[in-house]
Design a binder for this molecule. Structure first.
Ligand code: AVI
Length: 319
């Protein structure tokens, strides 16, 4: 098998222009907000990988244990020779836990961070010579399409890490419903979902002692400077993350330490001392609550796996 990665340059221009427009819209809104998808430039993607190693961030290692324990059952549900599509593939680490058991014929990694996507899919192609590896640089939260030539094959969409939690529930349902439309009959979705739990455990995960999550949050400001030339001093902001119990979600904000103005081209965006820029929601679910959402999106929840402490869940949703 040829070990080159087949690269599909799907919606690149759209992703670049949408960043500038979204920043202007987000800084003009009340309260100010930016989409968490903009965290993931190269530095943000590396910081996220580091978050996943932090002792407080239980999500990654718990999901990995669940996947390892359930890999044979997952493989039996899915069957061999499928197309395995990873949404937000990042470092393509978790997929390695499933490849030997599942034996798909093709893998497609889709990510918004181009360099990261290319590096990780090249490594995957080198390590699994029997696998046909594809990479699509795309913003799947805006437009979801499988590249020509590989659409139509029975597919498993792998959406790990509780990234679905970064959509609010109505948007999560709409996203899953859109995903369903591009998957052929007999396909399914394997999705990691973080569970509601003790506030202290949740808040520690988003306020790690090493300050990596804070650096990840503040990197958004550095990205505004690097890519859009926004005049902004990250040291004039604090990282804030807390559990909003009424909404079952962790909220992340950047809090202005002083009265200041951010400048982007002709636009001036004033912030008061203490004013927040809302950067992320990370929604947490009960197992039954997530299954109900998946049903509303048109899926049949077929299997669910969790860990002994019920920190995290992995669901298989059939079409
Ligand atoms: C990618 N996503 C599921 C992470 C989360 O937990 O919501 C992003 C993250 N934000 C702060 N720490 C990690």
């Amino acid at each position: 098998m040829n070990q080159a990665v087949r690269f599909h340059d799907q919606h690149v221009v759209e992703a670049q222009t949408s960043f500038r427009d979204a920043v202007i819209a987000g800084l003009s809104a009340t309260p100010k907000s930016l989409s968490p998808k903009f965290f993931y430039d190269r530095r943000g993607s590396l910081l996220f990988e580091s978050i996943c190693q932090q002792p407080e961030y239980y999500l990654t290692r718990t999901e990995e244990c669940i996947l390892v324990d359930a890999s044979d059952e997952i493989a039996a549900l899915v069957g061999p020779d499928s197309l395995l599509v990873e949404l937000g593939s990042g470092a393509s680490r978790k997929i390695r836990l499933l490849l030997e058991a599942m034996r798909p014929s093709r893998y497609l990694g889709i990510d918004i961070s181009r360099d990261f996507l290319l590096e990780s899919t090249r490594r995957l192609a080198a390590d699994y010579p029997w696998l046909e590896v594809h990479a699509a640089w795309a913003d799947f939260s805006r437009r979801l399409a499988l590249p020509d030539g590989i659409a139509g094959q029975r597919t498993v969409a792998f959406f790990p890490g509780s990234s679905i939690g970064n959509f609010e529930p109505p948007a999560a349902q709409a996203f899953l419903a859109r995903l369903r439309q591009v998957l052929p009959d007999g396909s399914g979705v394997l999705i990691g979902v973080d569970l509601v739990k003790d506030r202290a455990v949740l808040e520690a995960a988003y306020n790690d002692a090493a300050g990596v999550t804070a650096a990840f949050n503040l990197n958004l400001l550095e990205r505004l400077h690097r890519e859009l030339g926004v005049e902004v001093e990250p040291e004039n902001f604090d990282h804030l993350a807390y559990y909003n119990e009424a909404e079952s979600r962790i909220e992340m904000h950047l809090v202005s330490r002083c009265r200041q103005t951010l400048r982007l081209e002709e636009g001036h965006f004033a912030l008061e001392e203490g004013e927040r820029l809302h950067t992320e929601n990370s929604c947490k679910y009960s197992i039954a609550g997530f299954q109900a959402l998946a049903k509303r999106a048109g899926y049949e929840p077929t299997a669910v796996w969790t860990d002994p402490r019920h920190l995290f869940s992995v669901h298989y949703l059939s079409i």
